[in-house]
Design a protein around this ligand. Sequence first.
Ligand code: PLP
Length: 285
Amino acid sequence: RTVYVNGEYLPENEAKISIFDRGFLMADGVYEVTSVLDGKLIDFDGHSKRLERSLNELDMPHPAVLPDLLEVHRELVRLNGIEEGMIYLQITRGAPGDRDFVFPDPETTAPTVVLFTQNKPGLADSPAAKKGIKVISIEDARWARRDIKTVQLLYPSMGKMMAKAAGVDDAWMVEDGFVTEGTSNNAYIVKGNTIITRHLGNEILHGITRAAVLRFAREAQMQVEERSFTIDEAKDADEAFITSASTFVMPVVEIDGAQVGEGTPGSVATRLREIYLDESRKAAV
Ligand code: PLP
């Protein structure tokens, strides 16, 4: 695989990052995951706007390559021959040459920029989407700025391990009695013709797929309510699903051992997945 590190395209085993990189020492970094379908980038504009916001929220200097990231993404897709898959992008505050809690002087330390591809043939035609996934609920023990897409992913990773230990696919996190989101996705329930998903705030990541799916839902005359919901309400819903750049729209058929609706992917989730895939393919760059 060819990867991108600070301006260079290199074989992955030749890519090097300093041991003093603040991404490595302090999780002082932000990231984006953009999916690739038909060799093209899905929702690139949304991901690049959120990236800029994450950098700004953390007072992280903008790397010089920022305006050219579309070209870098495209070049990596080309070099690796990706038809379906993902591109991972990470920007850290760089490697100041020692460990210090204080941010380094942006005049002397440049951000570290890394991109790599993940080849996933069959990403859109996913068997999981036909079956639906199962989730458990867990406490949301993350920090309070989940709206910033940082590389601080230990708790979501632990959540995935809790799900795995329970024999299911993912975990929905709960704070003060209400669902925030999945470990790496936004969470939704459906009641009749109404789609319910948590309102935006610092408690959840502002999903790029979420924004697109809610827009398509409204355009298709579905009702959307952006509000908190509980696990009990979710168990009682007609349908449930998640969204993310790598899963698009994925039905959820079981929550904490209770079957949701018929226990099979619901018609709203299935339809939204089709609309999302069709429309985002058309708009892909
Ligand atoms: N919520 C969390 C915690 C995530 O990590 C992600 C994506 O990785 C999402 C939501 C979905 O965001 P997007 O649709 O932009 O991929």
